[in-house]
Write a protein that binds this ligand. Structure first.
Ligand SMILES: Cc1cc2nc3c(=O)[nH]c(=O)nc-3n(C[C@H](O)[C@H](O)[C@H](O)COP(=O)(O)O)c2cc1C
Length: 503
């Protein structure tokens, strides 16, 4: 492949124009309330695999109309996630192969091979983000968060929530974009110039915060709401190795990220930003965040997180405000997560070659359950695959259940997976139970916060020393009989029922 399949999307607007030509963006001019209504509409559209929605007349409960349109469901289908990265959906595994080669233990030669897979990445990788002193496209506006159509997603939510803010933080010392971390962390609006940022303790933003806090220094923070799609997705994808999110965005775009200087803090933001919030987080100033509805399908507990003070705000002319909801799947993070499986699969295969494919069903909060397909050749191999999976990437340590199946099972079909469990596993022999392992902090089922068990189920056909009985033969039809039955089926489906008979 030649890298990107699609033309570059320098700005959000370029991507929206592309989606329009694909009939993948709809504008709704009727007023839509940012309090609950936008979420309820979004839920219905995403469940149908529907288009991105530009709500041109967002309003709030007290009938205030907002000047900025609300954009939701931008990455609500696998196709739009791939398109945002500049790819057709079928190319996602290629991207995964490229990222896997970046993790390879022999970087120089593997990089040459990697560039063959993804030539445009060279420009993105080899060049630092380009800094531009300021951007004329971004106009300063009165810093007031209440002017934005911020959604309140669920009835018991603690308040309005910025859901798609790219939070940019940096290391202590001089402003160096190579140290930047970009992550999407939800932001609870407390007032016109005050908010709470919820970066979970193991996130890049939290890591930077600890550095500044230890020195007792105030930390500059920039928040970007809406920008070019590759940068948005780079802030969500766990970047391989030491690659920064800006470098990853450069790879997807085929050009280094271009950055504009902030007005009030020593930081830079992507030149493509739609809305920029500049401010600071002071050492030790925290407030109770939440509760908010989350991807688990439940409300989280309130918990303490740092307070953000807004200093300056700027917007592109005709900016759109990007938002989403998080809730039980399907929501946008679950759709993105499913597309990301294509990217992780080659990384897994590289480390544990017998793993042929992996699937993380969105219905299981996207990461709490994993199905591994393996090419099994020796006894005990399924258990090795489970242990390898749990320890390979940090995020896989949050997966509570791992089911391992053989190559003949379609891991995206619950019926097939359940059939394999029902017919190929024995609870006495094939369960691997672990105690006291790290689990998701948001998992209310674990007896202690952040610590709980894991279960592996070996649902592969038992071989060698695993069993003393021969395994039964699987039912199947000869190929030619299958082919004839297919033919007959086609005729049956196409038959005119006004009397014609199948020949
Ligand atoms: C819509 C959306 C909302 C998210 N909200 C949060 C959040 O509130 N807190 C958090 O720590 N991660 C959240 N995430 C996940 C992180 O953005 C994601 O894991 C990212 O890779 C973290 O980057 P980091 O490892 O550089 O910190 C969210 C992701 C999406 C797509």
């Amino acid at each position: 492949m030649s890298g990107r399949d699609l033309p570059p999307f320098q700005h959000m607007q370029d991507f929206l124009s592309f989606l329009e030509t694909e009939n993948d963006l709809r504008q709704i001019d009727a007023p839509v309330d940012v309090h609950l209504e936008a979420t309820a509409l979004h839920q219905k559209v995403i469940a149908l695999g529907g288009p991105a929605l530009k709500l041109s007349a967002p309003k709030s409960e007290d009938t205030t109309k907002f000047a900025t349109p609300l954009l939701v469901n931008l990455f609500g289908t696998r196709k739009r996630v791939a398109n945002g990265l500049g790819l057709h959906p079928g190319s996602l595994p290629n991207l995964g192969n490229f990222l896997a080669s970046l993790r390879s233990p022999q970087p120089p030669s593997s990089l040459r091979d990697a560039y063959k897979l993804f030539p445009m990445a060279k420009a993105g990788l080899n060049t630092r983000p380009k800094r531009i002193s300021s951007s004329k496209a971004l106009e300063a506006v009165r810093p007031d968060l209440t002017q934005l159509p911020v959604q309140t997603c669920w009835p018991e939510d603690a308040g309005p929530l910025i859901t798609w803010g790219v939070v940019i933080t940096r290391s202590l010392g001089a402003d160096d974009p190579r140290t930047y971390n970009l992550g999407i962390y939800r932001i609870q609006v407390l007032g016109p110039d005050k908010a709470i940022i919820r970066w979970l303790p193991f996130r890049g933003g939290a890591h930077h915060y600890r550095q500044w806090q230890e020195k007792g220094e105030t930390m500059p923070v920039a928040i970007v709401i809406g920008c070019d799609p590759a940068t948005l997705l780079s802030a969500v994808i766990p970047a391989p190795g030491n690659l920064s999110e800006l470098a990853l965005a450069g790879i997807f775009n085929g050009t280094p990220s271009r950055l504009a200087a902030c007005r009030s803090i020593q930081m830079h933001v992507p030149l493509s930003s739609e809305i920029v919030l500049e401010g600071e987080v002071r050492p030790g100033e925290i407030a109770l965040e939440g509760p908010f509805g989350d991807h688990t399908g439940y409300y989280n507990d309130a918990a303490p997180y740092p307070v953000f003070h807004l200093h300056a705000m700027s917007m592109r002319k005709d900016a759109v405000y990007l938002s989403t909801f998080t809730g039980r799947a399907p929501d946008e993070p679950s759709v993105i997560g499913e597309a990301m499986t294509d990217i992780f699969s080659p990384i897994l295969r590289q480390a544990i070659p017998e793993i042929r494919d992996v699937y993380l069903p969105p219905a299981t909060c996207s990461y709490r359950f994993a199905i591994l397909k393996i090419d099994k050749s020796y006894p005990g191999q399924a258990k090795r695959a489970m242990m390898g999976f749990w320890s390979l990437l940090p995020q896989f340590s949050m997966t509570k259940y791992v089911v391992v199946v053989d190559q003949d099972i379609d891991i995206r079909s619950w019926d097939e997976v359940m059939w394999a469990i029902a017919t190929r596993s024995d609870p006495e022999r094939d369960l691997l139970v672990l105690e006291g392992t790290p689990v998701d902090q948001l998992d209310f089922a674990s007896p202690r916060e952040g610590l709980g068990g894991k279960l592996g189920i070996d649902a592969t056909v038992k071989i060698g020393a695993e069993t003393s009985r021969p395994f039964a033969e699987k039912l199947s039809m000869p190929k030619e009989v299958e082919a004839r039955a297919e033919e007959l089926m086609t005729e049956l489906v196409n038959a005119d029922y006004s009397g014609a008979s199948v020949q």
